[in-house]
Design a protein. Structure first.
Length: 388
């Protein structure tokens, strides 16, 4: 499946908007930066620094002390504890939001209201309604958006799309995905908030959300599904303190459904188990099979390996073409790191701005993913098969 066709939102922006991003270098302001850890430090900042057409011009953190420390750590002089000061800067073209999910709507809305393009981490909002509100505001302000579903940018995913277009497996009959998020019963303190179902950053939205996004990006959307959600290990240990805390988010999510194409899809992502397959995704067709594997059910972070076989042979690893892995040469030093696919998303976005194209996932794509997650929740709660 190719990148999604232009939506009405896309077309209105494309036809009527004069984007402010006309410089060869795009000025970036990042909201939610820690000087010592976090996704901005691990992925966004290395990715942006590797690309010559971006410049980090401002940072924001939730306190003046953290903002100053982040500025010193990353060599950025303009730092703020008030995000409003960052988003109104005239030299900022793109605002990046990397805070926890409950704060996304407020911060994204402020940036959009200021007429800035926005790259927001996934999940876009706490639910479908929040995501739809942000899509509507972006359309009203006629600005571009990006959502952090960067697994779509992985070279392996592009390779799988090519193989399917070339008829490697014939007609796709079914697909199966199994994955592991948190192994065992221990978690680091910085990630403990993900154990609270109200955080909206948990097994369902993160590992399941990212995994389902690549599945549907490649094979098409769900028509209907049945889901099971369960919490099998309600206690988990904090690694740094050995304290046991109560977990309220599910640690077992299983989905079976029918894709719009008619193919059968089954997905089981789990956590808090001792070992097991990290990530295995099979696409089975009339003429062959593709098998995509990784260390964990986080295809946006971990490198993916592709294997395939025609007929009834056992799949062998297939080399991803250099034209795909080296598509953006400036990112070569980031291969194998969490920043690699993020960097590819940034590189593609800059190319989109220059060419007037839309190849990176945007807020409208995020709404579709939120709708699937909502369908999973409805099915799991009711015990019934639901339309998506």
């Amino acid at each position: 499946m190719q990148a999604a066709e232009l939506t009405p939102q896309h077309r209105s922006i494309d036809e009527t908007s004069a984007l402010a991003m006309t410089e060869s270098t795009l000025g970036v302001g990042i909201i939610g930066v820690s000087p010592v850890r976090g996704w901005a430090a691990a992925a966004h900042i290395p990715a942006l620094r590797a690309l010559p057409n971006y410049e980090i011009r401002a940072l924001s953190a939730h306190s003046s002390e953290l903002a100053r420390a982040a500025g010193e750590a990353f060599g950025v002089s303009a730092v703020y504890s008030d995000h409003e000061q960052l988003v109104i800067r005239p030299d900022i073209d793109l605002v990046v939001v990397t805070v926890k999910v409950p704060q996304h709507r407020e911060l994204v809305s402020a940036a959009l209201a200021a007429g800035k393009a926005v790259y927001c981490e996934w999940p876009l909002g706490r639910d479908v309604a929040e995501a739809e509100a942000m899509v509507a505001l972006a359309a009203e302000k006629r600005v571009r958006t990006v959502v952090g579903l960067q697994a779509r940018q992985a070279p392996a995913i592009e390779f799988v799309q090519q193989l399917l277009r070339d008829g490697y497996v014939g007609e796709v009959l079914s697909t199966t995905m199994v994955g592991l998020s948190i192994p065992g019963n221990v978690i680091g303190r910085p990630n403990a908030y993900m154990l609270d179902r109200t955080s909206r950053a948990n097994l369902l939205t993160i590992p399941v959300g990212h995994s389902l996004d690549v599945l549907t990006f490649v094979l098409g959307e769900f028509a209907d599904l049945s889901a099971l959600s369960d919490l099998r290990r309600p206690l988990i240990t904090i690694e740094e303190t050995s304290e046991q805390i109560v977990k309220t988010s599910a640690d077992q999510i299983a989905v079976i459904g029918t894709l719009v194409s008619g193919a059968t899809a089954s997905v089981h992502i789990r956590e808090a188990v001792a070992g097991g397959t990290g990530f295995l995704w099979e696409i089975n067709g009339t003429d062959g099979t593709l098998r995509i594997t990784a260390e964990a059910a986080l295809p946006e972070i971990y490198p993916l390996t592709v294997a395939g076989a025609r007929g009834r042979n056992e799949p062998d690893e297939l080399a991803i073409p250099a034209a795909l892995t080296q598509k953006w040469p400036a990112l070569k030093g980031l291969e194998g790191t969490p920043a690699f696919n993020v960097g590819r998303a940034y590189a593609a976005f800059a190319a989109d701005v220059e060419k007037g194209t839309y190849t990176v996932p945007d807020f409208a794509d995020a709404v579709r993913r939120h709708e699937v997650i909502a369908a999973i929740e409805r099915s799991a709660a009711s015990g019934k098969r639901v339309k998506v």
